[in-house]
Design a protein around this ligand. Structure first.
Ligand code: ATP
Ligand code: MG
Length: 416
């Protein structure tokens, strides 16, 4: 893609009310457009990042048998009334609306009940179990505070998966598989070393749910961790957990974290409250075990920006970067730069080519702000020796590389 063709452009200013670093950088670089507090649109650049994150999540969900679908944003009150979650007293984030004839509707903040209601139509017998479905959906939540940029939206993308089982053992076994899949996801997203699975309150069936918390200064949660990061305990269960793990509170220190995933077992709760049953091999009616698994997709994007950015701008890890290479032509090198642009693309390297008639300083500043992992410059002084200037975004060293060496540097990054 050519920078001259992007409708977005970089900017030095951000909305006055935007305090979060992730949103400031993403807005300045043109990845997101702020519509109002907690509500952001994703531009073609931003969408590419989101799609990369989603693809990693999708691959891991498919590997454990998840079937992708997409539910609806408009929901019926009665779906939620049976479980007492339509009332604003029990769920405080509902956006509600109405049809022209006055019929009330809800805008989906979650899909637990909605999924179960649909599955009731299809899961009738033990032969239909287990089954596991997931989606990427825009959730709408009337959040009280929205100060963390895309990390806390009133409209945000979540991956939510639901698994249905005939027995508790089957649910437990699958749940553990999902934990492993989540670990692979956070590893692949480049935050594995700093993401911890912790107990938190909020599980319905067991006392606890599991949260995936990533160390991040802009996060809203706090974990207590030991010096070698082998123990991480959620603040809200600190007392219990220190006893159970037999560690002293003084050995743990607080770090700020962001909840990037949350999984928990409903057990038979939804099946019971919604009156959903399957027929077992003996012809008896039995309750269905349910567990639910969320990943904050847009929050994840914000966390990655927060963790990797430096003073000059965003630094994308290769696997989520919208483009691998930011190609800059300076001076009278348009022909050579065009040639390299074609060659990189034909070799399968994704490139954002800064073909604008701008000063080199402007292009370099944008390369830093936009954060592609590799910067390649075609400059008059290297053209004669058929070399290119190369710099990794995350490093300060600049080197002159032959075309062969350049491709050797860029190609291993492909398909990582
Ligand atoms: P939080 O405690 O941060 O409010 P939650 O526990 O209400 O989140 P879940 O319903 O468990 O969230 O949603 C699953 C995941 O979706 C969370 O782990 C988080 O990563 C993400 N998420 C939740 N709320 C938001 C939001 N308002 N904006 C962006 N991502 C969110
Ligand atoms: Mg949660």
């Amino acid at each position: 893609m050519r920078v001259s063709e992007l409708f977005t452009r970089t900017s030095k200013t951000v909305p006055a009310d935007e305090v979060a670093k992730n949103a400031q950088l993403l807005i300045r670089a043109g990845y997101v457009y702020k519509v109002m507090a907690g509500v952001y649109a994703y531009t073609p650049l931003g969408l590419r990042v989101l799609e990369n994150i989603k693809q990693i999540v999708r691959e891991e969900m498919n590997l454990i048998g998840g079937q992708e679908l997409v539910m609806t944003s408009l929901q019926r009150p009665d779906t939620w009334e049976v479980t007492n979650r339509w009332s604003d007293d029990t769920v405080d984030v509902w956006f509600k609306t109405a049809l022209q004839d006055g019929t009330e509707l809800g805008l989906a903040w979650s899909h637990e009940e909605a999924i179960m209601e649909m599955m009731k139509q299809f899961v009738k017998s033990y032969k239909d179990l287990p089954t596991s479905v997931y989606q990427f959906q825009t959730k709408l939540r009337n959040e009280l505070r929205a100060k963390s940029g895309i990390m806390r939206g009133r409209e945000f993308v979540m991956k939510d998966m639901y698994s249905l089982h005939a027995t508790q053992e089957d649910m437990d076994e699958y749940y553990d598989k999902v934990i492993q899949a989540y670990k692979r996801i956070y590893d692949r997203l480049g935050v594995g070393d700093e993401t911890f699975v912790t107990f938190a309150s909020g599980g319905a069936f067991t006392k606890f749910s599991h949260e995936f918390q990533t160390i991040c200064d802009a996060g809203e949660d706090v974990l207590y961790i030991n010096s070698d990061k082998t123990i991480a305990v959620n603040e809200e269960v600190l007392e219990d957990a220190t006893k159970e793990l037999n560690v002293k509170k003084s050995e743990l220190s607080p770090v700020k974290t962001a909840e990037v995933g949350n999984i928990f077992k409903f057990g038979t709760e939804k099946s019971d409250s919604m009156g959903i049953r399957y027929t077992d091999a003996e012809g008896k009616q039995q309750p269905i075990y349910l567990a639910s698994y969320g990943v904050g997709v847009t929050r994840m994007m914000g966390v990655i920006v927060e963790k990797y950015a430096d003073d000059a701008g965003i630094v994308w890890p290769e696997q989520v970067a919208p483009f691998s290479v930011y190609l800059v032509g300076i001076g009278d090198t348009a022909r050579e730069a065009e040639e390299l642009y074609d060659k990189l693309q034909s070799e399968g390297v994704s490139v954002l080519y800064d073909d604008r008639d701008e000063r080199p300083g402007t292009k370099f500043a944008d390369a830093d702000l936009l954060g592609m992992p590799h910067r390649v410059v075609v400059s008059p002084k290297l053209v004669a020796s058929k070399e290119y200037e190369y710099k990794a975004r995350a490093q300060s060293a600049v080197s002159a590389l032959t075309q062969e060496a350049l491709f050797a540097t860029l190609k291993p990054a492909q398909g990582e």
